[in-house]
Ligand binder design. Structure first.
Ligand code: NAD
Ligand code: UDP
Length: 313
């Protein structure tokens, strides 16, 4: 198949590209590098089945030849990133989604929308099932991300119901691994960077808030299964093992025993969800998907990736 990936120069887009190329597909990557990096796709230069288009998907995309699948992964994804690029985040998850849905109709390609656990906001139920509608502040400091992702889901379903677009929706929960931007403020990469540089690990609040961490290769395997499955409504993808932020800081320190870092506590940012954990029954039932890489194993792999490049930078 010929597959188009928006956000292909980002953390998840680049891992998804690696997976699809390993399956023998041909991949067209699209990115404007607003938060991604050319280094993430450096290793693909010269690959016979890979091509790259530098393009902002807020503008319509013209592409010659057939396209069988469109993965819409483009969007700033960290709280620091989407607050820095508020309007671009709103647009890529509204106009960008719309443009790629139109392209999917033109090419008769199946379209997958990368939505997020942020669609649940600060959830009143835990773990979150897909039929929970969420608790989102429509004007808060995460609203430029949460609300357009919710709009993208609505837009995807409208194209599916009225225009017959062949669509899939995933809600991705916190995912980590190599190629994350060390300075995008997300918790795992921040703690690893800080620990490798003997700087304090910045825990917000008392670190009692929870997240559930999925390793990138587990996640992209799930994304591909959703695309190739026949379930239309949203499917949660994430690791259901819930952990406090303080525990993540301790895990990172125990895996970098030479680090001289200590934990330091800082004020909690506004609208920071207190709990987050996916109910993945739907993914298990319809796709047979479940993550296989433990937190210890995933953190070790990630630390090895960053050990040389991050120290003293
Ligand atoms: P990332 O920032 O590493 O990758 C996103 C990529 O999209 C970047 O390369 C960026 O340059 C590109 N991009 C943004 N706007 C664009 C535009 N208008 N045109 C073309 N390219 C554009 O982030 P990521 O973690 O890889 O996230 C990928 C997707 O997964 C995002 O849609 C994000 O919302 C979603 N997601 C990720 C997580 C996670 O934990 N990583 C969790 C929930 C949802
Ligand atoms: N966090 C933290 N210290 C940091 C970065 C993040 O304590 O240096 C916390 C943050 O307050 C949140 C959790 O870790 O509760 C996850 O943050 P992240 O930015 O990775 O993603 P989120 O799940 O909030 O979108």
């Amino acid at each position: 198949m010929r597959v188009l990936i928006s956000g292909a120069g980002g953390f998840l887009g680049s891992h998804l590209t690696d997976l699809l190329l390993s399956h023998g597909h041909s991949v067209v990557g699209v990115d404007n590098f607003i938060t991604g990096k050319p280094q993430n796709i450096e290793h693909l230069k010269g690959h016979k089945n890979y091509s790259f288009i530098r393009h902002d998907v807020i503008e319509p995309l013209k592409i010659d030849g057939p396209v069988d699948r469109i993965y819409h992964m483009a969007s700033p994804a960290s709280p620091v990133g989407y607050v820095k690029h508020q309007v671009a985040t709103v647009k890529v998850n509204s106009q960008g989604t719309w443009n790629l849905l139109e392209l999917s109709l033109e090419k008769k390609a199946r379209f997958l929308m990368a939505s997020t656990s942020e669609a649940y906001g600060d959830p009143a139920i835990n773990p979150q099932r897909e039929d929970y509608w969420g608790n989102v502040n429509p004007i808060g400091l995460r609203s430029m991300y949460d609300e357009p992702k919710r709009f993208s889901e609505a837009c995807t379903m409208a194209y599916h119901r009225e225009r017959g677009a062949d669509t899939r929706i995933i809600r991705i929960f916190n995912t980590y691994g190599p190629r994350m931007d060390p300075y995008d403020g997300r918790v795992v990469i921040s703690f690893i960077r800080q620990a490798l540089n003997n700087e304090p690990l910045t825990v917000f609040g008392e670190g009692k808030q929870t997240r559930s961490l999925c390793y990138c290769t587990d996640l992209v395997r799930g994304i591909n299964l959703v695309m190739e499955g026949d379930f239309i409504e949203p499917i949660n993808l994430g690791n259901p093992e819930e952990v406090t932020i303080l525990q993540i800081a301790k895990d990172v320190l125990s895996l970098i025993p030479e680090s001289k870092s200590k934990i330091s506590f800082h004020p909690m940012p506004p609208d920071d969800p207190r709990v987050r954990c996916p109910d993945i029954s739907r993914a298990k039932q319809y796709l047979g998907w479940t993550p296989t890489i433990s937190r210890q194993e995933g953190l070790k792999k990630m630390i090895e990736f960053y050990r040389d490049q991050l120290v003293a930078k």
